[in-house]
Design a protein around this ligand. Structure first.
Ligand code: F3S
Length: 295
């Protein structure tokens, strides 16, 4: 059995950076540490941090100063930072540098008099945070059809995208915006990490007999990877850890692919690879899946 592991599996640069900041801080200080929202969508990492005394809070009111509060990779608006500081908390900004770049751009263009349009999910924390940098005045849309529901605008328009937005959809929306308005400048702020991961998952899942997608239950990028792989390979399984590997006789397969969402730590991926190699060496008795198939 050959295992094909996606090069892009696991933490992206921004998530890696944020997780490292929290673990380093937990190791070097006895001060109370909070993260505003779970640092990543991964239960194992959040549990591990809790063992080190790091507490996850959902809003600034839950934190008691003096303490440090870590802002996760999605970033927040300036109002939230101010709110935290007013509560006597020290803010440690672990926002992804690519997200910070969008925040700065939006802030500058807003001050220059542009109307900001954000292409993305208005409920996503990254978008809520970016909107804060233009005093929550942005129009937020995520479909081509929504362009028609925008009001008439005299101002120049500046358009940015959620970092995980699908590029094809972005291009379609930009086309419609250009058709409807004359004064549009666009900044393609989609992050390549997501693109690369999806393209690689697509390629691998076309070549293999079975595909494992590792990631948190609530991770939207993992669910997207699962969808892509499942459309190419019927035996695609979404797992959180090595203990979720389904009881199938992997010796029946020539090639098995593995990919993982942006919030899956390396150690979880390594455990899955190790368990798959172990299973390949073992004799296999009738599995659930086989029993089901033969019934
Ligand atoms: Fe940053 Fe891109 Fe990851 S924006 S958090 S490196 S997906």
């Amino acid at each position: 059995m050959e295992l094909i592991i996606a090069d892009s599996a696991g933490f992206c640069f921004g998530v890696n950076n944020a997780v490292k900041i929290v673990f380093d801080l937990a190791a070097e200080t006895n001060e109370r540490i909070y993260t505003l929202g779970p640092i990543i969508h991964n239960e194992q990492v959040v549990d591990k941090l809790a063992e080190h005394g790091v507490v996850t809070i959902d809003n600034p009111d839950e934190a008691e100063g003096p303490a440090k509060v870590i802002i996760r990779a999605h970033g927040v608006g300036p109002g939230t930072i101010k709110q935290l500081q007013e509560r006597g908390l020290e803010v440690v900004n672990a926002s992804c540098p690519y997200v910070v770049k969008i925040q700065k751009l939006v802030s500058e263009k807003y001050k220059d008099g542009y109307q900001i349009i954000i292409i993305g999910d208005k409920k996503h924390p990254e978008i809520i945070g970016i909107n804060g940098w233009c005093d929550n005045t942005a129009y937020i849309i995520e479909t081509d059809e929504q362009v028609n529901s925008l009001p008439h605008m005299e101002k120049n328009i500046c358009v940015v995208a959620q970092t995980t937005f699908i590029r094809e959809k972005w291009e379609k929306i930009i086309k419609s915006l250009n058709k409807r308005f004359e004064n549009v400048i666009k900044f393609d702020t989609i992050c390549n990490a997501t693109d690369k991961r999806q393209v690689e998952a697509e390629k691998i899942s076309k070549e293999v007999d079975m595909m494992l997608v590792i990631g948190g239950l609530n991770s939207s990028n993992t669910n997207k990877l699962y969808e892509i792989c499942r459309s190419n390979c019927e035996r695609t399984y979404k797992i959180q850890t090595a203990s979720d590997i389904p009881p199938v006789d992997i010796k029946k397969f020539k090639k098995i692919g593995i990919t993982a969402g942006a919030s899956t730590p390396d150690w979880v991926i390594k455990e899955v690879i190790h368990k798959m190699s172990e299973l390949d060496k073992q004799d296999f008795e009738m599995s659930f899946a086989d029993a089901f198939e033969s019934s």
